[in-house]
Design a protein around this ligand. Structure first.
Ligand code: HEM
Length: 381
């Protein structure tokens, strides 16, 4: 059930780091953490490794999102939306997501070479999260463009000066959602945004800024990474062609396939924390106030945790990958992402007998999230 991976540059670098410099400083910049055990320690220990990474003065920052907050703010924000992401709620979306996926795949059936990102991997997640937020009547391509512009600028948004493109996208997105929020206040609705608008906390109703911050986070977090999971699956089908046949023969392997794809080509390849005190990891002292990058994609190839880590094992179990993070910030949308990934992979496996990349792998494929474009050649069964 296993096949050997072709040689991949970033993974060679990760291996080198794990073997020679598991905790290392990048010039004058952040520290990078390469081994599974140490990445796990950083993610688990939110008191020493804070998610409030930006040093901008409070007045220069946007309303906090749960992703970049520590308790108690983090817990308050997460609690407000966590119910909507429970497995039982997410499962109710199965039929709807399957219909959307089948519709998208049926449109590419007649073509032989397509950009899988624009045909399936980008529109599916944006349709799903737009439906949850009650904005499925909006322009999906516009949502996607906003999400791309902000996600690809996340480091500058946190630490430097965001690009004019990212500022414009954020501004347009805010205006769009403010109009929606005003409309929903007048016409209450049962979707996630409608419920958030009606939620009364100890501090009263959520402000426009708080509501906007949820919209931004969910639209962006729910898009890029899930696109990355679907393209990761296509890359697996290309690199390990037998996996497609295995899924056709035994669709129950989809669950472990998805977990292994998340491990093998982790879409959220790294995250960021700031130390709140001096700390020692793997014998290396890191001073207080430093930025730390837990390299999730490297941890997920750590041979001390994963037997034959550079091989794709469709039935790997257990699979303690860290693709969804760990600890209090563990991905809120993990059930949804798994469901979308499962439906997309099943749909692709049912419709196609072969899925091949028509271009060589590029560094862009290893960025945060997923590639902007992935040309594939598809053979119909
Ligand atoms: C394959 C797809 C996905 C991957 C690989 C992924 C990965 C991650 C990771 C690694 C984190 C933790 C980041 C950290 O600790 O700094 C995270 C957090 C988060 N994710 Fe995802 N994610 C995916 C899909 C989604 C979806 C579909 C949604 C929702 C629509 C979502 C919403 C969130 C939110 C809200 C957080 C912040 C949770 C918190 O801070 O408590 N994600 N995700």
């Amino acid at each position: 059930m296993t096949e050997t991976a072709p040689t991949m540059n970033p993974y060679d670098i990760y291996r080198h780091l794990r073997e020679t410099a598991p905790v290392s400083k990048i010039g004058d910049g952040p520290w990078q953490i390469a081994c599974h055990q140490d990445v796990n320690t950083v993610l688990r220990n939110h008191e020493t490794f804070s998610s409030e990474v930006s040093l901008r003065p409070v007045e220069g920052r946007q309303t906090p999102t749960m992703l970049f907050s520590d308790p108690p703010i983090h817990h308050r924000l997460r609690k407000l939306v966590s119910r909507a992401f429970k497995p039982s709620h997410i499962e109710q979306q199965r039929d709807q997501i399957t219909r959307s996926c089948q519709q998208l795949v049926s449109q590419i059936l007649t073509e032989t070479e397509v950009d899988l990102v624009s045909a399936l991997a980008a529109p599916l997640p944006v349709m799903v999260i737009a439906k949850m937020l009650g904005v499925e009547d909006g322009n999906m391509q516009v949502f996607k463009n906003w999400s791309d512009a902000i996600f690809s600028n996340i480091a500058d948004i946190l630490f430097a000066t965001p690009s004019p493109e990212a500022l414009l996208a954020a501004d347009e997105m805010d205006h769009y959602f403010l109009d929606k929020i005003a409309f929903i206040r007048q016409h209450p609705q049962p979707h996630l945004l409608g419920r958030l608008i009606e939620t009364k906390t100890e501090e009263g109703y959520l402000s426009d800024d708080e509501l906007l911050s949820f919209c931004r986070l969910l639209l962006i977090a729910g898009n890029e990474t899930t696109t990355g999971l679907i393209t990761a699956s296509a890359r697996v089908f290309h690199a390990f062609p037998a996996t497609l046949g295995q899924l056709k023969l035994d669709p129950s392997l989809t669950t472990t396939f998805i977990e292994e794809a998340l491990r093998f080509y982790s879409p959220f390849s790294a995250t960021v924390r700031r130390t709140t005190s001096e700390v020692e990891i793997a014998g290396q002292k890191i001073p207080k106030g430093e930025l730390v990058l837990p390299l999730i994609a490297s941890a997920n190839r750590d041979q001390r945790v994963f037997e034959q880590a550079d091989q794709f094992n469709i039935a790997r179990n257990p699979n303690p990958h860290l693709a969804f993070g760990f600890g209090i910030h563990f991905c809120l949308g993990a059930h949804l992402a798994r469901l979308e990934g499962e439906i997309a992979v099943n749909c692709l496996a049912r419709h196609f007998s072969s899925i091949r990349l028509t271009e060589t792998e590029s560094p862009e494929m290893y960025g945060l999230g997923g590639p902007k474009r992935l040309n594939v050649s598809l053979q119909v069964c």
